[in-house]
Write a protein that binds this ligand. Structure first.
Ligand code: ARG
Ligand code: ASP
Length: 728
């Protein structure tokens, strides 16, 4: 009786739980339409993604390849996160004109600021090309040979698909190469900065609030994409015209309620949902603890130097933030994986798989030995995991060592002189960028502590010769560091510039090969290439093959279940609903935050929590225009959409296809979702679009930008592809 009840309960619950998990390819939405509509969606799959007419997907772009953006006007206006536009905003900032601190709002199109290295990419169409890629391929091929043939086919299919056009085609493997999809893309290179709030809004809460709920960050910035006079992509030119997109998202003033259907469209970067228990064990017990420890130390030292010196504080702000971002993510990830009993659950699933395989001789032949082989290969990787992580995080975490890597071609003499003769080349640019934000004293201190930790943790056999010879004491390593940093050209901008201006392949290489910095780098690389990399080279291709079979087997075993492929920076749709959550026993979080909360967090003595005067004035006078509810001025909200890195800047869209928020983060308790998602706990964090509008309109007075948008409320209908959206 009890068992039947449990089963019934599982059946009742599973559709609702299942609904929130997954990052779906737009092509898969036809199969999900009923489920999405059952959860409140009013659109058809065709309105979300269509090959024949304009659809929601035409308003979504990959922003610079690392974030997502969306079109919100018929004049190419793009909304993305402040932390996605950060590089561009920083590049236009100087001490005299500091856009990061003050914000920036172009009053006219002429004032918008071009960004030569920025681009946005639209998906023109996508296609399942599995057949063409795999048809007739000999299943007995070695992985290397298979890879070769697959690449050649991909090249041909891409070429055919884009012949005579300015499009590019991207074909990627899904489900570890069980399926292949092609994305035909169109990239625009003229992307200009239109507006950004000051960091006190765009980065409010800083690293303290990063990955946290409740959140109060106005994490947005505005750009505009320009096209040539013919509407086609063109390099920057003052004669370019704002792009008229096929679709732009209408912006909703209606707001969000607990339980509302939401959808996130974007370019999630990487997830690993199908990892076996062996891999999860390494991640939880080796990789994450090691890299957390290493970054703990690095952050502690950077923090000390930043607090002691204002110049260093500014130079290292962005570096610190990026080191801290994943440090904090991994801590949360490990906690979440433990809390969900992921390891045990994976093991149980593997046992079920093994039993299922054993039930049938053919299946047994195909799948019976898979898991044992996984175990063997991961055992091999586990032996070098520590050394690998200390190589990547501790040694390459030292800026001097990293710079040696960037410039190693000069020390090896492999670089033709002609590459350096043109005044402005990638090496001068890299050098400029490195030394602009470099403090040798801070880096040397990082070096000392990274090496000390390295010597304490890494077995002797992996230690490069110059490091093995050092004493395992801070004083001993410091003596070595003092010498290294005073003698190596790598610690000095001027000496490095000299190397570039007098470059001669033979002579420079002869000189640099004796430089202690390059000597050290060479020794480090040698260990990596001889002892660490070969282990992965010998196991990764076979693991890929095993996963291909394992995932195929899982799908055969659970034929009623819809599987979604791991994120791989291709266009995806996640759907879920607005809702709070219980982070721990006895605590219940609301799904939204308000302007009250910003005032509660205000701390003029802490840079992360300064509230700009103008925002306080708006708060005092309640000058919220149409953007507040009767009771409060919304700021952020959470929902159960399955997202990951790369989804930053993604639109959060309501049941009718209207923009209600801008995705920018996940809660700390959610960060294990890259390996294991839980609908009860995992929440993506979005800034409420009404707060974005308040800042643009009331805070910045950039009302002309709001007027460009298509604002809608409960009574407005919106057209998409020539039809009224969401009415059937
Ligand atoms: N955690 C978010 C993401 O992974 C935001 C990072 C930027 N913000 C920050 N305070 N570092 O990208
Ligand atoms: N903050 C992430 C990003 O920049 C999003 C996430 O990891 O949830 O893409």
């Amino acid at each position: 009786m009890k068992r039947i009840f449990t089963l019934l309960l599982a059946l009742c619950l599973s559709p609702a739980l299942w609904a929130a998990e997954g990052m779906w390819l737009p092509l898969m939405l036809k199969a999900l339409q009923d489920d999405m509509q059952a959860h409140g969606m009013k659109l058809t799959a065709e309105e979300i993604y269509s090959v024949n007419q304009s659809s929601l997907k035409d308003a979504i772009v990959s922003f610079g390849g690392f974030c997502t953006g969306e079109l919100i006007s018929d004049q190419g206006l793009i909304l993305t996160n402040h932390h996605c536009g950060y590089g561009a905003i920083q590049s236009h900032s100087s001490v005299q004109d500091d856009l990061l601190t003050n914000g920036f709002w172009a009053r006219t199109k002429e004032e918008e600021k071009p960004n030569p290295s920025l681009f946005v990419t639209f998906i023109v169409r996508m296609e399942d090309v599995t057949e063409q890629v795999l048809q007739g391929l000999d299943p007995k091929l070695s992985e290397t040979e298979r890879e070769k043939q697959v690449s050649e086919r991909i090249r041909q299919i891409s070429q055919q698909a884009t012949q005579g056009t300015h499009y590019k085609a991207l074909i990627k493997p899904f489900f570890y190469g069980n399926e292949y999809y092609m994305f035909v893309t169109e990239t625009y290179d003229d992307v200009r900065l239109v507006g950004t709030p000051p960091s006190s809004i765009g980065k409010f809460g800083g690293d303290t609030d990063n990955w946290m709920w409740p959140r109060h960050t106005g994490d947005f910035s505005l750009f505009r994409v320009y096209a040539g006079p013919d509407g086609k992509p063109a390099k920057y030119s003052p004669n370019n015209k704002p792009l008229k997109p096929k679709h732009h998202l209408p912006v909703s003033l209606e707001g969000v309620q607990e339980g509302d259907f939401t959808m996130v469209f974007g370019f999630p970067g990487r997830t690993q949902q199908y990892l076996t228990s062996h891999a999860v064990k390494i991640l939880m017990e080796q990789t994450n603890p090691h890299r957390i420890d290493i970054r703990d130390k690095r952050l502690e030292i950077l923090d000390r130097h930043m607090k002691a010196n204002d110049t260093v504080r500014i130079q290292y702000a962005s570096k610190y933030a990026s080191v801290a971002n994943y440090w904090k993510k991994w801590i949360g990830e490990n906690r979440g994986l433990k809390q969900l009993n992921t390891l045990e659950e994976k093991r149980a699933q593997e046992q079920a798989f093994q039993q299922w395989a054993a039930q049938d001789p053919q299946r047994n032949e195909q799948y019976g030995k898979l898991l044992a082989r996984f175990a063997e290969l991961y055992q091999q990787q586990e032996r070098v995991d520590l050394a690998n992580n200390y190589h990547r995080e501790a040694l390459l975490g030292v800026e001097l060592i990293k710079l040696a890597g960037t410039f190693n071609a000069l020390a090896s003499g492999s670089l033709p002189a002609a590459e350096l003769s043109a005044g402005n080349n990638r090496f001068t640019t890299a050098l400029e960028r490195h030394f602009k934000d470099y403090n040798a004293a801070a880096d040397k201190d990082v070096f000392v502590h990274m090496l000390l930790l390295y010597k304490q943790q890494v077995p002797q056999q992996f230690q490069p010769e110059p490091i093995r010879k050092l004493p395992t004491t801070e004083a001993g390593i410091r003596t070595y560091a003092d010498k290294l940093y005073s003698q190596s050209v790598l610690a000095s901008r001027q000496k490095m510039q000299e190397q570039l201006s007098t470059y001669d392949p033979k002579k420079t290489a002869a000189r640099l090969r004796k430089d202690p910095g390059f000597v050290l780098y060479g020794a480090i690389q040698e260990v990596f290439e001889k002892q660490i990399a070969p282990v992965y080279a010998a196991t990764d291709p076979e693991l890929e093959l095993l996963y291909r079979r394992y995932v195929a087997g899982l799908r055969q075993m659970q034929q009623d279940k819809l599987f979604y492929p791991d994120a791989n920076s291709t266009l995806r749709v996640a759907y879920g609903k607005v809702g709070g959550y219980t982070p721990q026993d006895g605590v219940q979080y609301l799904p939204y935050t308000t302007l009250e909360g910003i005032m509660e967090k205000e701390d003029p003595s802490n840079e992360e929590f300064i509230v700009p005067e103008r925002l306080k004035e708006i708060y005092r006078t309640k000058d919220y225009g149409p953007y507040a509810t009767e009771d409060y001025m919304p700021v952020c909200f959470v929902a159960s959409n399955h997202t990951t890195g790369g989804n930053s800047g993604s639109p959060v869209i309501d049941a009718k296809g209207r923009l209600i928020g801008l995705n920018f983060d996940r809660s700390w308790e959610s960060t294990m979702s890259d390996v294991k998602y839980s609908p009860e706990i995992c929440r993506n964090i979005a800034v409420d679009i009404r707060y974005v509008l308040l800042i643009i309109d009331k805070f910045a007075g950039a009302t002309h930008l709001v007027e460009e948008m298509t604002l809608v409320d409960a009574n407005t209908t919106v057209e998409i592809g020539g039809e009224v959206m969401g009415v059937h």
